[in-house]
Design a protein around this ligand. Structure first.
Ligand SMILES: CC(C)(COP(=O)(O)OP(=O)(O)OC[C@H]1O[C@@H](n2cnc3c(N)ncnc32)[C@H](O)[C@@H]1OP(=O)(O)O)[C@@H](O)C(=O)NCCC(=O)NCCS
Length: 160
């Protein structure tokens, strides 16, 4: 299945050692949680887990892992944009392409754990608070978004 591509942006799995290095570097630069995942390839390559790098032209600018489960949910994990390029629209594209990937893999819903600082970012992309997981973690907001078929139009909140 081809990777989704929008204009100069492209979302695809890291392949070479240099691309894996970029994948880990971007998220470790901006996410404390990512430091424990340093080059932990077993978790990255578990069944249903899809590590992805966002490219802008020839530059890797963002990273995400899309974890697909048997219930047709896509968990968006460790969402990160290069600090030099934040607040310029890359995060929005990263989410949109990840949702497209999830939809192409038969998912009907994306779910995530948002930090309090990132809740506004996800809300702007159509995510709403939703206790989809039984586990409660202080300072984390569980959010979700239904993935509609593009033929049926936009998502309920309209803007992704
Ligand atoms: C959160 C993050 C992925 C957003 O990426 P980004 O490229 O800066 O976001 P964008 O520029 O695409 O922003 C899209 C919209 O969300 C808004 N936005 C971005 N970050 C926001 C935030 N922290 N709070 C509220 N709104 C935010 C933007 O203003 C923009 O709004 P607009 O549509 O009205 O113009 C990025 O800032 C990042 O990597 N942060 C550190 C890691 C992190 O917090 N990851 C999420 C953990 S759950």
């Amino acid at each position: 299945m081809p990777s989704p591509c929008h204009g100069p942006f492209d979302l695809r799995p890291p392949q070479t050692p240099a691309e894996w290095e970029a994948y880990h570097r971007i998220r470790q630069d901006v996410l404390l949680e990512a430091k424990k995942y340093a080059m932990e390839h077993a978790e990255e390559l578990a069944p249903g887990h899809h590590p992805m790098l966002l490219w802008l032209d020839r530059r890797p600018v963002g990273s995400i892992r899309i974890d697909i489960d048997a219930a047709g949910r896509a968990g968006l994990r460790l969402v990160a944009v290069d600090p030099d390029l934040q607040k310029q629209g890359c995060g929005r594209v990263l989410l949109r392409l990840a949702e497209e990937f999830a939809r192409e893999h038969g998912c009907t819903r994306t779910v995530l754990y948002a930090t309090l600082e990132a809740v506004g970012f996800y809300a702007k992309a159509g995510y709403q608070e939703d206790d989809w997981d039984d586990v409660y973690v202080s300072g984390i907001v569980q959010m979700a978004k239904p993935l509609c078929n593009p033929a049926q139009g936009e998502t309920p909140r309209g803007k992704t």
